[in-house]
Design a protein around this ligand. Sequence first.
Ligand code: AMP
Length: 310
Amino acid sequence: MSLTVVGSIAFDAVTTPFGTREKMLGGSAVHFSLASSFFTDVRVVGPVGDDFGDAEYGVLRNRGVICDDIEHVPGGETFFWRGHYDYDLNTAHTDDTRLNVFGSFAPKLSPESRASDVLFLANIQPDLQREVREQSDARFVALDSMNLWIETARDSLLKTIEGVDCVLLNDAEIRQLTRKPNLVQAAKELRALGPKVVVAKQGEYGAALLTDEGFFGLPAYPLETVNDPTGAGDSFAGGFVGYLAAHQGEDLSHQTLCRAMAYGTAIASYNVEEFGTERVSRLTREEITARVSELQKITHFVDAPVALRA
Ligand code: AMP
């Protein structure tokens, strides 16, 4: 049982109302792999430059993430993203994106990453996601993307979505991509393209699961302290897809998917408490289990009869 992720490996510069970091480890594949490493063996595929050193590899390796398929491009610089958040921490504002080594990246999966049971296409250019998908023998493939690609490569993204089993996007991105204002209809339209599972991430409001079997909504874990939401979506995806990877071979029932949502939600809640990878890199399995139990408690209620008036 193993999981391969392809996506950005990055340095991020982030400002939120609660602080600033000028250069921290980030990237969709990094946040995803740290979260999913709690469930299975994870291999990361993506390029880095000369500036990506032992400290950065150390964060991944400390969580057992397999870095053999990270491609070091001599003379190159690692992908760089600068963004900020206002008091509405749900919206990331991009100030600068430097593709650097991603500009000339031609993904080539090793035999080991090709053979993974599960593949996650984290947020990168959709043509690249498709190239990876075509090389993989995975039995379950999930995908994430962002508004940049919906705006600049919509047709390519739709084509990539046709070849996957599960799509995870922010609810605003689902509406933007399908050009449908109603989320239930928009998710149905995405499912008609091929994927059987659609997850709409809703920032601090949680996430919704939409399958042919039904709907499941889970709030975000109620936190008193949120410092940096960067990577929340990828940590959620890492927990969600990681949980599914740990249950490969079993029937992917609606109930299994609902449980996977709880693990994604729990890990994402830790991610946002501190900047970048700071919190998840020292997260423990006991902490994850505790928050999943809490989520179960706060989302359960028992109905009691009441005389409703006509
Ligand atoms: P999220 O989980 O949605 O908050 O994603 C955060 C991560 O996405 C950051 O660590 C960035 O490095 C990465 N990112 C931002 N823009 C892009 C992009 N255009 N392509 C790939 N990754 C990106």
